[in-house]
Ligand binder design. Structure first.
Ligand code: NAP
Length: 284
């Protein structure tokens, strides 16, 4: 494992600060933690993070690894600004954390500065989110850069895997799992309310169900992870569900149910699968 002598963190939002905690926890020296605006610096300070703001400080020049933890659309302009600042140390590695973008986001780096990416597969909802145990996709412009970033990821307790395939498909998959549980919960809460429950009660009741289902899905493989009427092939129950969803106000919920039901039907064997697919309007 190559140990970075010193890291500069640019960005003090959710992932920037979560990385700061992980770096401190692993005793990796942080030479600089910076964010552009005073407002973000102040809100990070209020949560206990020592953060600088304003123009890029000269201490950037001591960093061997620069973690560019800014919003996706700011990565390319910030890379250009870093290049123009003349502060990047030759041989340094600049790492972005976007799931959607490839190394081309860092195209404006000066010659002699290496490009890499590290995308944690984790929903980082707050600055104090623990990163350890999450997997992360890593990419490096060359083999040595890749191994430096993999080494850093391991030191932070992350589980790195090299990925340089289809970025859009990779990121769509990460969004399915990382973002859509919230959409599923929101749809189910609406349906509970339509069924006659109070919204607060609906959230209270469905939250633990979502957590138990997520745990099952993550811990069990294949068909064993699926439960409920669709996985059991109970066509008549699914038929009643679809009729109950026939209302203009529930159009999006119906679409969601049908799409998820179709994916679930793939684990059902035998004639029930065909009956389900017919019911859902797809013949295989
Ligand atoms: N949160 C997650 O779950 C998660 C998971 C995996 C990867 N990521 C990636 O991590 C990166 C940061 O995301 P985040 O969730 O930490 O975002 P965030 O909480 O919204 O923080 C955004 C950071 O970007 C800075 N920023 C925004 N626009 C900027 C600009 N034009 N120039 C310079 N700095 C700018 C902000 O600084 P100022 O406000 O001071 O300008 C702030 O420090 C993104 O690439 C994201 O895709 C996030």
């Amino acid at each position: 494992v190559t140990r970075p002598a010193s890291v500069a963190l640019l960005g003090a939002g959710r992932l920037g600060c979560a990385l700061r905690l992980a770096l401190d926890g692993a005793s990796v020296p942080v030479a600089l933690h910076w964010t552009r605006s005073q407002a973000t610096a102040e809100s990070a300070r209020a949560e206990g993070f020592e953060v600088e703001h304003g123009p890029l400080p000269p201490t950037l020049a001591v960093a061997d690894v620069v973690l560019l933890v800014v919003s996706d659309r700011a990565v390319a302009p910030m890379t250009a600004a870093l290049g123009a600042s003349g502060l990047l140390r030759p041989g340094a590695v600049v790492v972005h954390h976007s799931g959607a973008g490839g190394l081309d986001l860092l195209d404006a780096l000066p010659t002699g500065v290496h490009a890499a990416s590290l995308h944690p597969l984790l929903s980082v909802a707050s600055r104090r989110t623990a990163l350890a145990g999450a997997a992360c996709a890593v990419e490096g412009g060359d083999a040595e850069t890749l191994s430096r970033v993999e080494g850093l990821a391991r030191r932070l307790g992350l589980i790195p895997f090299h990925f340089d395939g289809d970025r859009a498909r990779y990121h769509a998959a990460a969004c399915l799992v990382g973002n859509f549980p919230q959409a599923l919960l929101a749809a189910a809460v609406r349906l509970f309310v339509e069924a006659g429950l109070e919204p607060a009660r609906a959230r209270e009741a469905l939250g633990p169900l979502l957590l138990s289902a997520a745990r099952n899905a993550a811990e069990r493989d294949g068909g064993a992870a699926f439960s409920g009427p669709i996985a059991r092939g109970d066509v008549d129950v699914v038929e009643r569900h679809l009729r109950a969803l026939e209302a203009p106000a529930l159009d999006d919920v119906e679409q969601l149910y049908r799409a998820a039901a179709l994916v679930t039907a793939r684990v059902v064997d035998g004639p029930q699968r065909h009956a389900l697919e017919r019911l859902l309007g797809v013949e295989s």
